[in-house]
Design a protein around this ligand. Structure first.
Ligand SMILES: COc1ccc(OC)c(-c2cc(C(C)=O)n3cccnc23)c1
Length: 121
C-alpha cells in the first residue's frame, strides 16, 4: 500500500481525505491502518475475500476510484465487518471494529456532513 504523489485534487477527493483523517483518528492502535497479513492473522486471506484498510482507502482516493460518498462508506463498512467476521467477538480487534464502525457512521451522518454533500454533489 504505497501512497501516491499528491496530484491535483477534486472537491470530492479533498472531502473524502478530510473524512478519512477523522476516521483514522478513531483507530489510535492503528489496527486498521494497513492491510492485515496472514502472518499476523493466520488464515486471514482464506476467510476474508475482500480485504480493506485505511491505507488502501487513501490510495483509492488518490487514484480517484471513489465516484461518490457511498462508495467510500461501503469500503469503510467492509473494513469493519471484515474484522467482525474474522475475529471472535471477545477479541480486541472485534471490539475495536464495532466501536470504529459506530463512531464512523455517526461522523458520516448527513447532519454532520451536509457541507460535504453540497461541496461534492
Ligand atoms: C497487534 O498489532 C497489530 C498491528 C497491525 C494490525 O493490522 C494492521 C493488527 C491486526 C488487525 C487485525 C484486524 C483488523 O483484524 N488483526 C487481526 C488479528 C491479529 N492482528 C490484527 C494488529
Amino acid at each position: 500500500c504505497v501512497l501516491r504523489q499528491r496530484q491535483e485534487r477534486t472537491p470530492l477527493q479533498r472531502a473524502l481525505e478530510h473524512l478519512l483523517k477523522k476516521l483514522e483518528q478513531r483507530d489510535p492502535q492503528q489496527f486498521f491502518a494497513w492491510p492485515v497479513t496472514d502472518n499476523i492473522a493466520p488464515g486471514y486471506s482464506a476467510i476474508i475475500t475482500s480485504p480493506m484498510d485505511f491505507c488502501t482507502m487513501r490510495q483509492k482516493i488518490d487514484d480517484n476510484q471513489y465516484n461518490n460518498l457511498q462508495d467510500f462508506v461501503a469500503d469503510f463498512k467492509l473494513m469493519c465487518t471484515n474484522a467482525m467476521q474474522y475475529n471472535q467477538s471477545d477479541t480486541i480487534y472485534y471490539k475495536a471494529s464495532k466501536k470504529l464502525l459506530h463512531a464512523g457512521l455517526k461522523l458520516i451522518q448527513p447532519d454532520k456532513i451536509g457541507w460535504l454533500i453540497t461541496l461534492a454533489p
